[in-house]
Design a protein around this ligand. Structure first.
Ligand code: GLU
Ligand code: ZN
Length: 479
């Protein structure tokens, strides 16, 4: 094993990447950047039935969006390719043959039905439900007889009897497993395709992976993979770190009931990648008890596996929103406007022009404090782009306001300078004269001019909209 840190993520492309895998990717990427190492992307696409081109593209797109560019892998090249497992089938097949030749694996002719039947019996007799070793010591004649029946064997790994496999996990300390707990497992299916257990082991060896950092759900895979390494005659062992489970606020495994679990859902709702990265890193790692906001450069400097905890980490959308608000507010008006363009376009607002961008730049400082997600902006800024029809709540506020709105229009008509200060002065004077509280005075104006009650601050909104359009909308609402 060489001195260079080599880490990997190995997503199975079944669409947008799960937030748990995104966190693993981030931790691996940070670890590589920090150590001048290599971050490898290896795609687990041997299950051809499930992998579509779109799902494959979505994984790459999510990683790019998060800024987790891989040093080796699809599109990036590298000396250890190919990096799609579907292009490496020969390696797995020959590794399996090799294990058979050396007595570490054997053909298993049991059918699914036979296995299921015996599993039921074992359960009824309170014996462990795993594979019972039925084909462990078949003679050549017995094998030949099965073959003659037309059975195609799967290949199983022969787990050594009466042994302990232990490894030091950076997060969890020493993790020992007795081999009685590990039934002989399939490494090559009867159709010749490799299982995850075999393919991952072969590739981690072939790609010279030095550190395996992955979710705790894969903890049971590790002793199996270590046994296979040993059986393959590999003496060097990578460093393992198993990241804590992600749970929902109800303490159960992360589920869709509590919000989205796919990264692209967050992108579509207007979370910034810097907020997502900052949030993901906190799911299991902390620097101290106080600091929550970290730039990527700070993370590269400060992240360490030693500070990854064992306790499950709660995925809390409120905290993600809070961070997103922080990163939204730290953008310049120009940058924020640029981020908002696609969200406006998706909401049918023609903001994708020079004029539209200028409008968004002007309104950005007014909405920035109110945004937790970029997708919240279109309803707030729509009034600047098109004529308005009051929504339900606005319509309610507008009931019986005709006379008042006529007076408002007259007061604004008289203004010589169309500035938010002058507008505010005129409207406050009018309200005081009529004995109106601010809310009573200003909500109807907001409703008439913007069609909603969620617009940015009123006086600035009117200034931006311009005198002519403001008066026209007041007059339309007082008809
Ligand atoms: N495809 C596996 C997963 O995404 C990879 C497991 C591993 O990192 O070894 O869960
Ligand atoms: Zn069998």
């Amino acid at each position: 094993m060489n001195d260079t840190v080599r880490v990997r993520i190995a997503p199975a492309p079944s669409g947008s990447i799960h937030v748990g895998n995104a966190r693993s990717a981030l931790y691996n990427w940070l670890f590589a950047r920090q150590h001048g190492g290599v971050f490898v992307l290896r795609v687990e696409d041997t299950d051809q039935k499930r992998v579509t081109d779109e799902a494959y593209a979505a994984v790459l797109e999510d990683l790019r969006w998060l800024g987790l560019q891989w040093d080796e892998g699809p599109g990036a090249g590298g000396d250890f390719g190919p990096y799609r497992q579907s292009e490496r089938l020969g390696h797995y097949e020959s590794a399996a043959r090799d294990l058979i030749a050396r007595g570490h694996a054997y053909p298993c002719y049991c059918t699914q039905e036979e296995l299921a039947e015996r599993r039921k019996l074992a359960q009824a007799a309170k014996r462990p439900p795993g594979y019972d070793g039925h084909c462990r010591s078949l003679t050549d004649e017995e094998c030949a007889a099965y073959e003659a029946e037309g059975r195609a064997p799967a290949i199983r790994f022969r787990v050594p009897d009466d042994a302990t496999v232990a490894f030091d996990d950076v997060v969890r300390g020493t993790v020992p497993t007795r081999t009685e707990q590990i039934p002989d497992f399939v490494i090559l299916r009867s159709d010749g395709s490799p299982t995850y257990m075999l393919a991952a082991t072969v590739d981690d060896i072939a790609m010279d992976i030095t550190h395996i950092i992955r979710g705790e759900d894969l903890l049971p895979a590790t002793p199996r993979q270590l046994l296979m390494r040993e059986a393959m005659g590999i003496t060097e062992v990578p460093v393992f770190g198993h990241l804590p489970l992600l749970i929902s606020p109800d303490g159960r495994p992360l589920s869709k009931r509590w919000g989205d679990v796919a990264v692209d859902a967050y992108r579509r709702q207007g979370f910034l990648p810097e907020a997502m990265v900052n949030y993901l890193v906190l799911l299991g790692w902390s620097y101290d008890d106080r600091t929550n906001v970290f730039s990527v450069d700070e993370l590269i400097e400060k992240f360490s596996l030693q500070r990854v905890g064992k306790n499950p980490a709660t995925f809390d959308v409120n905290k993600l929103e809070w961070l997103n608000g922080h990163y939204i507010r730290s953008k310049s008006a120009g940058d924020l406007a640029e981020e908002l363009v696609p969200f406006c376009v998706a909401a049918g607002i023609p903001a994708d022009t020079d004029e539209g961008r200028a409008t968004l730049r002007a309104v950005a400082p007014l909405v920035v404090e109110r945004l937790k997600r970029l997708s919240e902006a279109p309803p707030m800024v729509r009034f600047l782009f098109e004529e308005v029809t009051p929504d339900e709540r606005a319509a309610k506020v507008l009931e019986d306001q005709r006379d008042y709105l006529v007076e408002v229009a007259q007061a604004l008509e008289r203004l010589e300078k169309w500035t938010s200060v002058a507008i505010e002065e005129a409207l406050r004077a009018l309200a005081a004269g009529r004995g109106l509280k601010p809310k009573q005075a200003f909500q109807p104006i907001r409703a008439a001019v913007t069609g909603t009650l969620v617009s940015p601050p009123l006086f600035e909104s009117l200034e931006l909209l311009g005198k002519k359009r403001t008066l026209a909308r007041l007059s339309a609402a007082s008809k």
